[in-house]
Design a protein around this ligand. Structure first.
Ligand SMILES: Cc1cc2nc3c(=O)[nH]c(=O)nc-3n(C[C@H](O)[C@H](O)[C@H](O)COP(=O)(O)O)c2cc1C
Length: 308
């Protein structure tokens, strides 16, 4: 029986398979439980320029169908990335994707230049964080602020540049098109959805930060819808992210048009889930006689034509 080819192309990059971690849910400790080189790529937790403490505790809470987090991007800063993290991750074969963020355009642009180092395959711009120059709204809430920040980042790096969108915007397609127009090489759909939970006994919010980002199976339909919308509107590839935990979830995103997928919250429940998904995808392709994922990606069948 011929072996299936799990490789996918995301712009100019080729990944051995479409499974990669979602930023902030992946760390060195996972190497204790599986070979991290089986992954299509490694995506690191968002780094910011300087050292930063995170948000007040509690920073996470369980929800039906997922979790809420308000970690707040604690960061050891660019020096720790360059001196410790980059040498560590460069020992792996899997391409390294570095997630960056900042609260101002200037700092974002400076960081893009500083992380553009040998050993970095791509930069994922986490533009879903608050921009102090836009009243604290995330850059990716609006096409104009997305365009401006992506233009600044594009000017600072020749590396493939991905834009990670927020599900909190009401206009994801316009935001994705703005990112593409300013040079994004891929769109990632998406980050967490803003949510809240209250402990009825104490009547206090269950997160120290009051509100936080919702992730896990409950957000999957939203992320899938955004992936479908953006894959149909954009020329650049889209990477799906949100609630992926099973092989069927992976297939749903690929069929909707994702060129690759990221797995986040599911890793907290089952640390080896990504390795399992890759093996299951390979077995499924063999069983179905699918030789290349190009046969699956974007193969959604909309009865009566394309949905608006
Ligand atoms: C604990 C936690 C920390 C996260 N940290 C980051 C981060 O640093 N940068 C980022 O872009 N997204 C971050 N995310 C969002 C995830 O990368 C992902 O977009 C989101 O959780 C949806 O995927 P999932 O449902 O598979 O978790 C974080 C999510 C969680 C649960």
């Amino acid at each position: 029986m011929s072996t299936s080819d799990l490789s996918v192309k995301v712009g100019e990059l080729t990944f051995a398979n479409p499974i990669m971690p979602a930023s902030g849910t992946f760390s060195e400790d996972l190497s204790d439980v599986f070979d991290l080189d089986v992954l299509g790529a490694h995506v690191l937790k968002t780094i910011m320029h300087g050292k930063r403490a995170g948000n007040p505790t509690p920073r996470v809470c369980d929800l039906q169908g997922g979790m809420l987090n308000a970690i707040g991007i604690p960061s050891k800063g660019i020096d720790d990335f360059r001196d410790r993290m980059l040498p560590y991750w460069s020992d792996y074969k899997a391409p390294l994707v570095v997630s960056i963020s900042a609260h101002s355009m200037d700092e974002f642009a400076r960081l893009a230049a500083e992380v553009s180092l040998p050993g970095v395959a791509a930069i994922e711009a986490n533009i879903s964080c608050p921009n102090i120059e836009a009243d604290g709204n995330a850059f990716a809430m609006r096409p104009d602020t997305t365009a401006e920040v992506m233009r600044r980042l594009r000017a600072e790096t020749d590396l493939p540049l991905w834009a990670k969108l927020t599900p909190n915007t009401g206009e994801p397609v316009a935001v994705a098109l703005a990112a593409e127009a300013e040079g994004a090489d891929a769109i990632v759909t998406a980050n967490t959805a803003l949510g809240m939970s209250i402990d009825v006994r104490t009547r206090q919010p269950r997160l120290g930060n009051v509100m936080g980002g919702m992730s896990g199976p409950a957000v999957k339909p939203i992320a899938l819808r955004m992936t479908y919308q953006c894959a149909h509107a954009c020329r650049v590839p889209v990477i799906g992210c949100g609630g992926i935990a099973t092989l069927d979830d992976v297939l749903e995103f690929l069929i909707a048009g994702a060129a690759a997928v990221q797995v986040g919250t599911a890793t907290f429940q089952s640390p080896t889930v990504m390795a399992r998904l890759i093996a299951e995808l390979s077995d499924w392709m063999q069983a179905q006689g699918v030789t290349s994922l190009g046969e699956i990606i974007g193969s959604v069948q909309i009865p009566g034509g394309e949905a608006a």
